[in-house]
Write a protein that binds this ligand. Structure first.
Ligand SMILES: NC(=O)c1ccc[n+]([C@@H]2O[C@H](COP(=O)([O-])OP(=O)(O)OC[C@H]3O[C@@H](n4cnc5c(N)ncnc54)[C@H](OP(=O)(O)O)[C@@H]3O)[C@@H](O)[C@H]2O)c1
Length: 355
């Protein structure tokens, strides 16, 4: 913890020093970045403490679900890899959407050699930042799996340099939110046909505590006019996932659908997601010491995906397997609807879930 504080104290003078060499506009932008850096460090610190206190609640059962199908985005490293391992232990068929199928096959062999013998793994190509790739992936999944019991929207990038995808979206918005919004729309019919009143199919959105710092920049969603701060764009994308996850559950209940929606913060977890952060660059050992290991980060995701004990947590924001309230979960109905309509307009979706 002392090292964490020392890192923060080291960063501030470094930033202040660089201020002397900049133009007024650059100074303003840099100060804004420092503000975000500090906000993230403080939020991260609080979230690490929260994980430490609640870790004893972070548990899941692993019910046998032989032959049931889970579709997940990302998963060849980090938390997703551990989610796959647990779902295979439940004897499920795990369909992984990933950018590198060969790497997937390599991991599948490794997992088998390490003793995971149950379940089935199927890798299909997906770049979730590309709406075209999402459409192709959904079509391939639907062709092979008429029944889908769970969809886990896991893949993400964090604090990446500014880039616009070939379809015109800022990378973090496209990868973390919009691609998953489209995928959910495209697979909802299958999920609905698979779920039952007693055992609804589930959609699990992996959001983050970072949503607490975000806002939705409707007038400039891709940061084309405003100075791009990677932290701000990540928060926006994670807030968007949360708002969508909450709103989706309301729509599903209204439609009397046999699908329910869950939103999870996995904890502050030691993965490559932090590769672009100052903490990891300056003091990587902090992550190993204080952050959750990936298998513990996988627990609340698996809990929401398959545990009967999580049934009542649909439409909630879940952290350490407990319902967690934040200002957004308490009061965001209008924002949820605004974002939903904004997203269907962007993607030209006429009726959500009817594809
Ligand atoms: N780690 C944390 O402390 C933390 C905290 C809160 C929330 N989360 C959330 O938890 C989820 C998992 O994060 P993690 O920590 O496991 O991150 P990670 O180790 O960096 O893994 C990210 C995964 O997403 C995949 N991915 C990234 N861009 C993709 C794309 N365009 N198309 C397809 N797959 C893509 C990566 O695949 P490649 O191997 O192809 O890059 C990788 O499998 C994310 O949604 C993250 O926001 C994490």
């Amino acid at each position: 913890m002392i090292w964490y504080l020392l890192t923060v104290l080291l960063i501030i003078p470094l930033y202040l020093l660089s201020l002397f060499c900049l133009s007024p506009k650059d100074k303003k932008d840099l100060l804004e970045e420092i503000k975000w850096e500090l906000k993230y460090l403080w939020l991260g610190f609080q979230a690490v403490i929260d994980d430490l206190f609640k870790i004893w609640k972070n548990k899941t059962d692993l019910p046998r679900r032989k032959g049931d199908v889970v579709v997940m985005t990302g998963g060849l490293r980090g938390i997703g890899l551990e989610v796959i391992r647990m779902l295979l232990e439940c004897d499920m068929i795990v369909v992984v959407g990933c950018r590198d199928i060969e790497k997937g096959e390599h991991f599948a062999n490794k997992m088998r050699m390490e003793g995971t013998t149950l379940g089935k793994l199927d890798f299909k190509t997906l770049d979730v930042s590309s709406m075209e790739s999402v459409r192709n992936f959904a079509a391939a999944v639907k062709k092979d799996y008429p029944k889908i019991h769970v969809l886990i929207n896991n893949a993400a990038v964090m604090y990446v340099p500014y880039a616009i995808t070939s379809e015109g979206y800022e990378t973090q918005f496209a990868t973390n939110y919009l691609g998953h919004f489209l995928l959910t729309h495209l697979l909802l019919k299958q999920l609905d046909a698979t779920g039952t009143e007693d055992a609804p199919a589930r959609v699990v959105h992996i959001s983050s505590v970072a949503h607490e710092l975000g806002g939705i920049n409707f007038d400039d969603i891709n940061f084309e006019k405003e100075y791009y701060i990677a932290y701000k764009a990540y928060s926006q994308s994670k807030l968007a996932q949360l708002l969508f996850g909450l709103y989706l559950n309301e729509i599903l209940k209204e439609r009397k659908s046999n699908v329910r929606s869950y939103v999870v913060h996995p904890g502050i977890v030691n993965t490559e997601l932090f590769n672009n952060t100052i903490v990891k660059k300056t003091s990587p050992f902090i992550l190993g010491l204080w952050f959750k290991p990936p298998d513990k980060g996988a627990v609340p995701i698996v809990f929401c995906a398959i545990s009967p004990q999580a049934k009542h947590l649909d439409g909630c924001y879940v952290s350490n397997c407990l319902k967690k309230e934040t200002p957004v979960t308490k009061n965001s109905k209008d924002l949820q609807q605004k974002l939903f309509n904004f997203s269907t307009d962007l993607l030209k979706i006429e009726e959500f879930g009817k594809s």
